[in-house]
Ligand binder design. Structure first.
Ligand code: PMP
Length: 370
């Protein structure tokens, strides 16, 4: 900290991103990225954009002409998202990752007098963002089995955010439970963070027709393999989207760059490819879960591209360190109730076979040592 950092800057509790390793080659199962590349149409569209742009004539917005600012309304991308979900373009806003969308939504709907409620075990960026934006952050404890107690949210009297499926547990609520919360909180905004929805959970977008207090937030980082493109979006009623645009135009009007906009629009249109990747990842997930259960692990029921797992014989820290020494990076939080668990992103079949082989070795080494 420099001596110039403001008092409020000193009070921030920033989010710690997962390690991005340099040098040594790891099997990287620590930030829930896709193990597969983006749709082949993504690279084609970007390259075509460069070919067509000679840098002199003003190029149409769908061309990757970096001389020009990006379209602040991100029209082609917004249209691709609206078409995919069967909503109007004015019900969609896009952002630089869904982290930015979360910031727009929190800033639009919450403030000192309008707190935010979330689960005690959920995405760690929510409290960090509330700290930045001076929003009181309240938590509701997950049940002992890590499921969400919907009673905590019904009539809670404040805005709330529910990651569905939740992270890092991977567990999901049925749509009927989300609807009950929406129905009981019509005077408040209910944000549903669906970062992992494509891996086996139902989206709440279908509820938008009936609930004007709903904001659905999604990302291109997981099922569409564009974590490095940094694109996220929200779908909601057009008034709520207009509210979020007030924040966006007060903060970063050209928030999605041209290349990412092109990439995300193509990724959204290639439904078959996304479906194929998700099916593959879910298959690998179930095989990995089965393998771990056979080794005596507790594995929570995941509807995501990761598993939340606990060994019945090896401590969380020892398991994490053992994997790391063997070239496998996963994520662990030294926190109440979850310190013995690891979150393991789903990689390719080969990567997960190696992960299981290393796990077996670590367990037998422990047994041998007694
Ligand atoms: N929500 C949840 C629940 C997440 O796990 C993540 C990714 N770590 C995000 C939102 C943000 O994703 P991105 O900013 O890459 O869209």
């Amino acid at each position: 900290m420099s001596r110039f950092l403001s008092k409020s800057g000193q009070a921030l509790l920033p989010y710690t991103p997962g390690e991005q390793p340099k040098g040594r080659k790891f099997i990287k199962l620590n930030t829930n990225e896709s193990p597969y590349p983006p749709s082949p149409n993504v690279a084609k569209a970007i390259l075509a954009g460069f070919e067509e742009s000679d840098g002199t004539d003003p190029a149409p917005p769908e061309i990757a002409n970096l001389r020009l600012y990006s379209d602040p309304e991100a029209k082609p991308l917004v249209k691709a998202i609206a078409d995919y979900y069967g909503v109007e373009p004015d019900q969609v806003i896009v952002g630089n990752g869904s982290d930015e969308i979360l910031a727009f939504a929190f800033r639009a709907f919450c403030d000192k007098e309008s707190p935010l409620l979330a689960a005690d075990i959920t995405y760690g960026f929510y409290p960090a963002l509330c700290g930045l934006l001076d929003i009181p952050y309240r938590t509701a404890a997950l049940k002992d089995d890590f499921s969400v107690d919907t009673e905590d949210y019904k009539g809670c009297g404040c805005n709330c955010i529910i990651a569905n499926p939740n992270a890092p547990t991977g567990m999901a609520l049925p749509l009927s439970a989300i609807e009950e919360i929406l129905a009981a909180n019509q005077g408040q905004v209910v944000m549903v963070d669906e970062a992992y929805v494509d891996f086996g959970c139902e989206s709440a977008v279908s509820l938008l027709k009936r609930y004007e207090n709903l904001v659905v937030i999604q990302t291109f980082s997981k099922s569409r393999s564009l974590a490095g493109g940094r694109v996220g979006f929200a779908i909601a009623g057009k008034e709520l989207i207009a509210d979020m645009n007030r924040v966006k135009y007060s903060f970063n009007p050209y928030n999605v760059n041209r290349l990412s906009m092109l990439a995300a629009a193509e990724a959204m249109k290639d439904r078959e490819y996304t479906k194929l990747c998700c099916e593959r990842i879910c298959g690998t997930r179930e095989r990995t879960a089965q393998g771990l259960r056979e080794l005596g692990f507790k594995v929570l029921d995941s509807r995501t591209n990761f598993l939340f797992v606990k060994s019945n014989s090896m401590g969380g820290k020892a398991y994490f360190d053992g994997l790391r020494e063997n070239g496998i990076l996963v994520r662990r939080w030294d926190a109440d109730r979850i310190g013995e668990y690891l979150r393991v992103s789903i990689g390719t079949d080969e990567e997960m076979e190696e992960f299981l082989a290393v796990t077996k070795r670590l367990l037998s080494d422990r047994e041998a040592r007694g």
